[in-house]
Design a protein around this ligand. Structure first.
Ligand SMILES: [Zn+2]
Length: 471
């Protein structure tokens, strides 16, 4: 009898273990992204978990306890280059509790949160390791070891406003924001193309091209494959002293045939409700958008809303519309447009703006043909060139005070030094005339050309009537 009871008890115990074990989520993998000031670890999970994170010193370690989870993967496949991580160890402490220990070469400030499933990923646990000298986000619990010497914090550089052109005139600063990044791939094309890669490639070409324009300097908000919260993006632009914020994206639609580029500025309608909705969101808003949102179409609008809201905090609507229209009409010369006018998402605009901001949807990555173009270097360069031209046209007409372009305008175009252009592949006399805002006959005349054929590498002098001939 007694033995039978014991067996029954044992069986029950085993059954309970089994149930428990089945109920535990699996830790299926871990991914790592390195950003300039932090390292993001993303644990892919089969279900929801509880977790806690704490740091230990001498030697520096970060401990992540994941409760209600079993490890079903090895965590040693990661590349720790340029990160403070030297190794990752893990142990199943109980059948349902995983402990992950991260060995660190320097002190970090951790921040962690979980993300619900989206179309691409399941449940995730995100652990951000902020470098000690990077300035931790405001909401981070203080877990760093007491007595750790603080490295000097790099001062927010107003370097952007420093004169860099002779005569003490500053450059016009264009902040270029490559949409998405890291854990947030953005929209995904039929062949698996990621919007985040397209946006970064175009942003880099755009930076090169704008920086080659005299009187301009371009700064990338995101320089690699990592996610930056939306609020931080506009903050970076402000720190860099941006005169214009250009966010680069690629569209997606359920209908694969949708195509064409579009440019967004803010709407001055519906400000209160949208603002209220977004402001009410908690501090994880950006992370939620970045981590969960932007893959699904509904959430893509939320992503857009978030970007535009942040822009609106400081945006100048009429300037945004003006520069947006110039960018759009230049893009329209090289690629089909989705809408011929600058769109204003039904969001809102701020009342005392200081950085005009536009969002360029460079095409539909969900359209197979357009996705091919968007991933080709030559088309990316053409798109960047169109944006550069539009931006340049806007600032030649509206140069901010104290800039080299403002000086040119004030003194008349006579002071503008003669310009020379070396023909690059894919360029025609017409596109060069357009770029420098000179008429085709004037360009022909300045170079003694009788025909419009030009050769790659050929040097052309650009007539100095540019400012006078602005539309
Ligand atoms: Zn996007």
């Amino acid at each position: 009898m007694r033995l039978r009871a014991l067996y029954a008890g044992l069986a029950l115990l085993l059954a309970m273990f089994a149930v428990d074990a089945l109920g535990a989520a699996e830790v299926r993998g871990v991914r790592l992204w390195r950003a300039p000031d932090n390292t993001r670890l993303v644990f892919d999970l089969s279900g929801q978990v509880q977790h806690s994170v704490f740091t230990l010193s001498a030697p520096n370690r970060l401990v992540i306890d994941i409760n209600g989870a079993q490890l079903s993967t090895k965590l040693d496949q990661l590349n720790f280059a340029n990160t403070p991580i030297t190794s990752i160890r893990s142990a199943q402490r109980t059948p349902n509790d995983v402990r992950v220990v991260i060995d660190l070469s320097s002190v970090v400030t951790p921040k962690s949160f979980t993300l619900a499933p989206n179309q691409q990923y399941g449940n995730r646990l995100v652990v951000d390791l902020f470098d000690q000298d990077a300035g931790a986000p405001p909401s981070v619990p203080v877990t760093a070891t007491a007595g750790t010497p603080q490295l000097p914090v790099t001062p927010a550089q107003p370097a952007a406003k420093l004169p860099s052109v002779p005569g003490g005139k500053r450059d016009i600063v264009i902040a270029i924001d490559a949409g998405h990044g890291g854990e947030d791939p953005g929209a995904i094309g039929a062949k698996g193309q990621h919007e985040k890669d397209v946006t970064l490639a175009i942003a880099k070409y755009l930076q090169q091209q704008i920086s080659q324009e005299k009187g301009f300097r371009a700064e990338l908000i995101r320089t690699g494959d990592y996610f930056i919260p939306l609020r931080k993006r506009t903050e970076i632009a402000r720190k860099k002293g941006a005169d214009l914020f250009v966010s680069i994206h690629a569209d997606a639609a359920p209908r694969p045939s949708a195509f064409g580029a579009s440019v967004f500025a803010l709407s001055d309608r519906g400000a209160t409700s949208e603002t209220a909705r977004w402001l009410a969101d908690n501090e994880n808003r950006s992370d939620l958008i970045g981590g969960v949102g932007s893959v699904s179409l509904d959430d893509k609008d939320r992503m857009l809303a978030g970007v535009l809201l942040d822009l609106s905090m400081t945006a100048s609507l009429s300037s945004s519309l003006n520069v947006g229209q110039k960018v759009l009409s230049n893009i329209g010369r090289s690629t089909p447009l989705h809408k011929r006018r600058v769109e204003q998402a039904g969001f809102m605009v701020l009342k005392s703006p200081d950085i005009p901001s536009i969002l360029v949807e460079t095409g539909f990555i969900s359209n197979p043909g357009e996705a091919l173009k968007l991933t080709s270097a030559s088309h990316q360069q053409v798109l960047a060139r169109s944006i550069t031209t539009g931006v340049r046209q806007f600032f030649m007409q509206n140069p901010p005070p104290g800039t080299y372009l403002a000086m040119l305008r004030d003194q008349g175009s006579a002071v503008e030094p003669p310009r020379e252009h070396r023909v690059a592949s894919g360029e025609s006399l017409a596109t060069i005339a357009q770029r420098y805002q000179v008429s085709l006959p004037a360009l022909r005349k300045a170079n003694g050309l009788t025909r419009d054929t030009v050769k790659v590498g050929q040097k052309l002098s650009i007539p100095t009537t540019a400012l006078a001939s602005q539309e």
